[in-house]
Write a protein that binds this ligand. Structure first.
Ligand SMILES: *Cc1c(COP(=O)(O)O)cnc(C)c1O
Length: 387
């Protein structure tokens, strides 16, 4: 059996993989099993923030790996405490709970919101409103939070206590708040899996004001948008709001599994001993990688992310066959005249890896992708889109 046949024989068939076997890479370049080079504009879905096998990140990870790889959360370790301090200092949030994925970061935020609401507003206050077209994960609870019914169909019953609404329709949210007592509103400022759809700045501010006025928690899911991706450390920072809970994962660990739930002032003390936990959460190797990533996401890098994003947008908008460009920074959605999946497949044949999101082409390149590499990739992508 070749690798593809073995995969089909032994791996659960949840993923429709591309016919591509990747073996190594460096920075924003990948190599397949035939020795072909590819430019990576997908970063393993916004995970490899500093590219592949980045020297500083590798050094931080290897140093920790060869010193102490795991302890459990029964003991103190340096990398996880230092990472939590960095996250709090750079966001104004008060405390952090570490897990291993985006879904788990959201589960933790949902548990925190439910406990806070029960204690603050009473046991009947547990409903969480999320946006239509949102994506919050694949566990039964985060699926319930995901406002796309096609993900729900085969897995009933999901966790109760979730309702969804249209971001622009504050009236709908008000009606929901009337019908059931709302504990929290949960949003992505830019919906990633939903098609790289950015909320209007006013919408974000109105939702934040709505929550504040009614003492409802605002949860911002920064699993995809976080850690410099949009040109700010977290996407909510574009809008001058302060969420009560922020969740993140994907790019935080720079390539290792790590999720974080940041607790703001209202909920900072909601958890007590035994309320929540994770065996691997806050693993020292993952956290050492994250400290390395986060310490490099400074104003200079964020400015570069913004500038590169603007440059890509300009190139795309001047390309025949591009109908709309959405997103912020280096999180870009492209509505193309051609079928998006065809564009992605053909770009792959020509040595450029990108993604789709719904009916769009999606780009999530490394935050530090060199301009020359980016130029080459975008030239190819534009040719494919225009063809
Ligand atoms: C990817 C994603 C998740 C789920 O993260 P996992 O690590 O796959 O569990 C949740 N929310 C958003 C916005 C995401 O993009």
């Amino acid at each position: 059996m070749n690798l593809q046949e073995m995969d089909q024989a032994y791996i659960a068939s949840t993923y429709r993989r591309f016919p591509l076997h990747l073996v190594r890479g460096k920075g924003s370049l990948l190599e397949d099993d035939a020795g072909h080079e590819l430019i990576d504009l997908g970063t393993g879905i916004a995970v490899n923030s500093m590219g592949i096998a980045d020297d500083l990140w590798c050094q931080a990870v290897i140093d920790q790996l060869t010193t102490l790889q795991h302890t459990s959360n029964l003991y103190y370790t340096d990398p996880c405490v230092r990472l939590a301090q960095m996250l709090c200092e750079r966001t104004g949030m008060k405390k952090v709970f570490f897990s291993n994925s985006g879904a788990e970061a959201n589960e933790c935020a949902i548990k925190a919101a439910r406990k806070w609401a029960a204690e603050t507003h009473g046991p009947d206050c547990y409903t969480i409103a999320t946006l239509n077209q949102s994506f919050h994960g694949r566990t039964l609870t985060t699926l319930a939070a995901t406002g796309q019914s096609h993900y729900h169909e085969l897995f009933q019953p999901l966790t109760p206590g979730f309702v969804s609404f249209d971001a622009q329709d504050l009236g709908q949210l008000e009606a929901l708040a009337h019908q059931s007592s709302l504990a929290a509103v949960m949003i992505e400022c830019i919906q990633g899996e939903g098609g790289v759809i950015a909320l209007a700045p006013d919408t974000v501010r109105n939702l934040a004001a709505f929550c504040k006025a009614r003492n409802i928690l605002l949860i911002v899911d920064e699993v995809q948008t976080g850690n410099g991706r949009t040109g700010k450390l977290y996407s909510y920072m574009h809008f001058g709001i302060q969420p009560d809970l922020v969740t993140t994962a994907k790019g935080l660990g720079g390539g290792l599994p790590l999720g974080a739930t940041l607790l703001g002032e209202k909920v900072q003390n909601v958890f007590t001993y035994g309320d929540h936990g994770s065996t691997f959460g806050g693993n020292p190797v993952c956290c050492a990688g994250a400290v390395s990533v986060l310490s490099r996401i400074d104003d200079t890098l964020l400015n570069e992310v913004e500038q590169k994003g603007l440059w890509i947008r300009e190139k795309l908008l001047a390309t025949e066959g591009v109908e709309e460009v959405t997103g912020l920074g280096l999180m870009i959605g492209i509505r193309t005249r051609r079928n998006a999946a065809d564009v992605v497949n053909e770009a792959m044949q020509r040595g450029v890896l990108c993604l789709t999101a719904k009916d769009r082409v999606r780009l999530l390149p490394a935050l530090n992708i060199p301009m020359s590499v980016l130029q080459k990739a975008i030239d190819i992508l534009c040719e494919v889109i225009a063809s």
